[in-house]
Design a protein around this ligand. Structure first.
Ligand code: ZN
Length: 384
């Protein structure tokens, strides 16, 4: 098994000991009834924010990997309605404490204008330390992005440093589609009222929300394909016999990912067995853990050890991919290429992007690329 690398690089922020929570407390709260009302509204926004993130993860996650990797805090303002002029709406903020750990949901309020759709959710990705400090001190300004729109995968799959230098990037989600937002205004929370907490968020609600946040940041829109061989499972000294064996091995190595609110271990998206059977690894829309810096690429691993140095006589297993494996690989690559509009140049060997022998010198990569370049028999040219 070749060296794989875990998940996204971290965009860590150090939170103070006293967890920072923003609370929306209106001065007009005079009765227990009003307090209860604010409380239930706030708790409702947590549920709504989680649903927004789940929906985007499932359907239209088009925020580039580069942005997701660099995000230090996420603010979700769900269900803004009828906001053509100005808007004041409740939302939820959470900041990254570790690659896969986020701070408890905090209540914030958005006051601003420039929302396009009649009914929309607003998503603010805070990228810089200045942005984090502003949010934590209770007022983050959103300046609108008319000149430099927030990047989307289909337009620019490679995020530029300039885009990542922004303090924050704002997106709108309307009718299930995520797009750049020109909204301007302020995200406000009152950090001073955070201690003592006027009402605790139930653990179940909090956990559900945090699971949605982690899952959201672990989804990808695939932008390429990396081809691997499995090589041998250390300790077993033979190639894996099933996807379960790979899953177990990757579980031991800590390649787990929470995605669509479920846990996966196998680092690859697909495994191709010697008989040509294609076995599913983690779902296509979940970030891989198979190639450092290329985890928005899909990982396909061909069972065998195709390195003449490591497996000269075949003692470790197949020394070249079987014709059935090659046929399956080409078919699978074609399908994924079409599904995600992946250019041929984004289909690479692991060794093309990392210092590894994977998938070995006996792997017929050129001939596979040549075949991919030719349209399959019976395919209509000029499709789409
Ligand atoms: Zn590899």
């Amino acid at each position: 098994m070749n060296r794989s690398c875990k998940g996204r690089p971290s965009a860590l922020i150090t939170l103070p000991k006293k967890a920072v929570l923003f609370f929306l407390v209106t001065s007009s709260i005079g009765s227990a009834y009003a307090a209860e009302h604010v409380k239930s509204e706030a708790l409702l926004s947590i549920g709504r924010a989680a649903r927004v993130l789940n929906e985007i993860s499932k359907n239209s996650q088009a925020v580039p990997d580069g942005v997701l990797n660099s995000t230090k805090c996420i603010v979700v303002i769900p269900s803004i309605t009828g906001a053509t002029v100005s808007v004041s709406a409740d939302g939820i903020a959470s900041c990254r404490e570790a690659p896969d750990r986020w701070s408890a949901p905090a209540f914030v309020k958005f006051d601003g204008h420039g929302i396009r759709a009649h009914r929309t959710d607003l998503l603010v990705f805070v990228l810089s330390d200045t942005g984090v400090r502003a949010l934590r001190s209770g007022e983050l300004q959103i300046r609108g992005q008319k000149r430099a729109p927030a990047p989307l995968v289909n337009r620019n799959p490679v995020t530029t440093q300039l885009e990542l230098a922004a303090e924050s990037l704002t997106y709108e989600v309307s009718a299930g589609v995520i797009s750049n937002s020109e909204a301007r205004g302020f995200i406000r929370g009152d950090a001073d009222t955070a201690d003592p907490i006027p009402y605790p968020v139930p653990t179940k609600t909090k956990d559900k929300y945090l699971s949605s946040v982690v899952s959201f940041f672990n989804t990808i829109t695939p932008t390429g394909i990396v081809i691997h061989h499995t090589a041998v499972i250390p300790g077993k000294n033979r190639v894996p016999r099933s996807e379960r064996e790979v899953d177990n091995y990757h579980r031991e190595r800590g390649f787990e990912i929470l995605c669509f609110n479920r846990l996966y271990h196998i680092a690859y998206h697909y495994l191709i067995m010697p008989n040509g059977r294609v076995k599913a690894g983690r779902p296509e829309r979940c970030e891989g853990a198979h190639a450092a810096g290329y985890n928005s690429y899909l990982g396909i691993s061909v069972v065998g050890d195709f390195s003449s140095e490591d497996n000269p006589t075949g003692a470790n297993g197949p020394i070249t991919p079987s014709p059935k494996q090659i046929a399956s690989l080409i078919q699978l690559c074609r399908r994924l290429k079409d599904r995600y509009n992946i250019p041929l140049q984004h289909i690479v060997r692991h060794s093309d992007i990392s210092s590894t022998k994977c998938p070995g010198d006996r792997f017929p990569f050129r001939s596979i690329l040549d075949q991919l370049q030719r349209e399959p028999d019976g395919a209509k040219p000029g499709r789409g």
